[in-house]
Design a protein around this ligand. Sequence first.
Ligand code: ATP
Ligand code: MG
Length: 658
Amino acid sequence: MSSAKSHETIQSVLSENRVFDPTADFVARARLDAAKLDALHAAAAKDPVGFWADLAKKELAWQTPFTEALDESNAPNYRWFADGKTNVSVNCLDRHLATRGDKIAIRFEGEKGDTRHYTYKQLYAEVCKLANGLKSLGIRAGDRVVIYMPMVPEAVIAMQACARIGAVHSVVFGGFSATSLKDRIEDAGARLVITADGGHRGGNIVELKKAVDDALAAGAKTIEKVVMLKRTGHEVPFIEGRDLWWHELMAQQADRCDPAWVEAEHPLFLLYTSGSTGKPKGIQHSSAGYLLGATLTCQWVFDLRDDDVFWCTADVGWITGHSYVAYGPLSNGATILMYEGAPTVPDAGRFWKLCQDHGVTIFYTAPTAIRALMKLGDSFPAQYDLSKLRLLGSVGEPINPEAWMWYHRVIGKEKLPIVDTWWQTETGSIMIAPVPGAVPTKPGSCTKPLPGIFADVVDESGEPVKEANAGGYLVIRKPWPSMLRTIWGDNERYIKTYWAQFGNKYYVAGDSAHRDADGYFWIMGRVDDVLNVSGHRLGTMEVESALVAHPRVAEAAVVGRPHEVKGEAVFAFVICKGARPTGAEAEQLAKELRDHVAKQIGAIAKPDDIRFADNLPKTRSGKIMRRLLRSIARGEAITQDTSTLENPAIVDQLAGKA
Ligand code: ATP
Ligand code: MG
């Protein structure tokens, strides 16, 4: 236990000393070894803007080359490559046709086991047909199109078709309610919705078209047409004059479509962030800068090569599904896998069976999925041949060291690199992550910033926190090409949310972090979630990781509740491996866990309350909804909208009512 720090920093209590070097085999074949990575860092340090300009020329296809790389005249509304013209779909499709036309771009499997695939030529033809279809409906460059679809190849086709004609897409996750959909349509002022009759998940039909009808009945008056893919084939209402079937629209279209050459800064998409209360934030991304980030990080972090099969399990409704399903891999001419369905159908081996059957080489998922699969034991992965896998990734939340170790041991067979990637909807692409052939990993650390990303940890006055393991605010000191450009329709909120805290000088991520003596970054949680226990400011994630390190614990969420003496008390919600303990067993285990936390990180972090449950409240993107848990811990009425939870029924149990 270290001594108390000044109130201006956030205290780190986690100590993790395990280090894993990449294997010699991996390094020998890697795109970047330590020397090449050092050279990139050196180039970026010497001339940050020139570094990106060179990469933008090399990695992207331009119709009109840019002459100025970065325009800072209106900072923090930065503009990159602004007088250049390009088209994102040309970069993702056309430029591969001559060399990789017959290569598979998308492999697809549905929950029931139905499979399809698209070669680059086929994908190109479908995208062109839909692009022509959209034009025939009067959609023009700059118009907003909402995409509300299941996780099928047509979702990517829809995104690429919008990009081809310069329409701005806004993908709304198919699990969101009609009300959330309506709010997002209205905020974006969209003219068109692309949807499906329904989707498949967990053996059920997700009623997508019904949600669209409800959203449009309740408002969303800017919508003129609804294009509907037939996916489930169940009966849905069809409103003449407004609704069109995807296949009927496509049937009439030519399979060539000249791209719209747009300015580099032309908005490619809006994406509303996942967890916020209040008015949704429409994060606006650019065309060229965004694509550059998505393209390069596939090479740097995923070591993506021509013979890979890349499976990012994220839905296209999240930023991860934008950058690492729809854009980054295709820009690199890679083969991706898409899966529509739950990870546990027909059983908890489904992900591993998919990896085996499709020859997946790179697997990228979220800690929530890793912890859920870990809870179900080692026997499921053991049933499948995972020998093609060569790289594993994680994103979305801090990964607890013990979950990392399980991933390493059971899925990675103790030899695959794990890339823990820190980034956000706002950053567009991965910011802090190991380059797998060059950077040794430590369980629970996202390691070091990528070349050209000037990440830092600062205290409340904006000064860098130099002391090892002392926490502070995670900031980015210089603009980068894939950064968000603004919040749609609310630039003031953009400046206030991300820049104002330190006088518009740095991008403020809203996460707390610390660096260890090797300069490795450790994300400690959201700034809003920091606990203040007897004057010590603690990140939630570290206490959670200490709990998960106990052999009985699968998952934990920690929040604060007011305490007369300490200011805040630590309240832990705990999910056990196996059955939920009750009665005397629960009391005994709670005591054991308190002692365990005290031993692991010190008495200061010892939970005052421990409540066992079968599950935690998760957002639809799988993150623990701590705000809701905070209300429960404080005994407050729950005012949050629980309809957007993955598992709303769990709330009563967490509140101690069931
Ligand atoms: P909202 O901003 O609406 O609350 P959100 O922040 O959950 O939604 P995302 O942009 O998808 O939406 O998530 C980014 C956040 O996820 C980061 O700010 C961080 O808190 C967390 N995160 C993502 N990847 C990692 C990681 N590898 N390690 C730690 N935290 C991560
Ligand atoms: Mg966020």
